[in-house]
Design a protein around this ligand. Structure first.
Ligand code: 13P
Length: 248
């Protein structure tokens, strides 16, 4: 099974999203080889629940508040996401880490809140260009994983996918070599094996994200050590998303 998570980010109007969802609802075939999730802006989750009813497409959010309820103006809780139809949530995206100053400790609390609300998690991790150039990639990723997973039980990891998204590859058209992605994925599994168990590391689903498109998917899909992809820009065109899904 391969996984494809489409991160719509902050794009499309209500009408455009409706058309996008209706297009996918009619065109997406029950591809047993690919698990497709749409990570939507909050305001469109409920509409997606109705338009995609009975379709083999899962719905997710893009952020969750670490608090359960109350004095958090502008935030969204796990219960709100879940009760509107979301089954998963992206946590730790580099855009949120940077723009909204979300650190690894907050990300750990957000993960706990998502688990409590029965939401599966796509945890984004990734290094900046300067960290990459300074050969600090694995040091950064290890810190991101270990702080994010602090206090979790091994069985809870089954609800989490790790998306490796180098910051310098997001929206730039520049991607790491397949060899480098493979190496990072293996190192991530080693961290999970050391901290939890070999079995947990083998079960961990690892995605790659950053400038995935119709062209580079032909080589990216051959990386054996990853389980799928987190897609931004390319997923905004429903036709392209479907072509990527069917190429896996
Ligand atoms: P792009 O595919 O546009 O590079 O975005 C990747 C991303 O940030 C997905 O979460």
């Amino acid at each position: 099974m391969r996984y494809l998570v489409a991160n719509l980010k902050m794009n499309k109007s209500f009408q455009e999203t409706k058309e996008y969802l209706m297009f996918l609802a009619t065109r997406y075939n029950d591809n047993k080889k690919v698990g497709l999730t749409l990570s939507l802006p909050y305001t469109y989750i409920l509409m997606a629940k109705y338009l995609l009813e009975d379709k083999p497409i899962k719905i997710g959010g893009q952020n969750i508040c670490e608090e359960e309820e109350g004095k958090c103006t502008g935030e969204i809780s796990g219960n709100m996401l879940r009760s509107c139809g979301a089954q998963s949530v992206i946590i730790g995206h580099s855009e949120r880490r940077k723009k909204f100053k979300e650190d690894n400790k907050i990300i750990n609390l957000k993960i706990k809140s998502a688990l409590k609300n029965r939401l599966s998690i796509i945890l984004c991790i990734g290094e900046s260009l300067s960290e990459n150039k300074a050969c600090k990639t694995m040091e950064i990723l290890k810190e991101q994983i270990e702080t994010a997973f602090k206090g979790l039980y091994e069985n809870e990891l089954e609800n989490i996918m790790i998306a490796y998204e180098p910051i310098w590859a997001i929206g730039t058209g520049v991607i790491p070599t397949t060899k480098d992605i493979s190496k990072v994925a293996k190192e991530i599994r080693k961290i999970i094996a050391d901290d939890f168990s070999v079995s947990a590391s083998e079960k961990m689903r690892i995605l790659y994200g950053g400038s995935v498109n119709l062209k580079n998917i032909t080589s990216l899909k051959n990386i054996k050590s990853i389980d799928g992809f987190l897609i931004g820009g390319a997923c905004l065109d429903g036709g392209v998303l479907l072509q990527i899904a069917s190429s896996l």
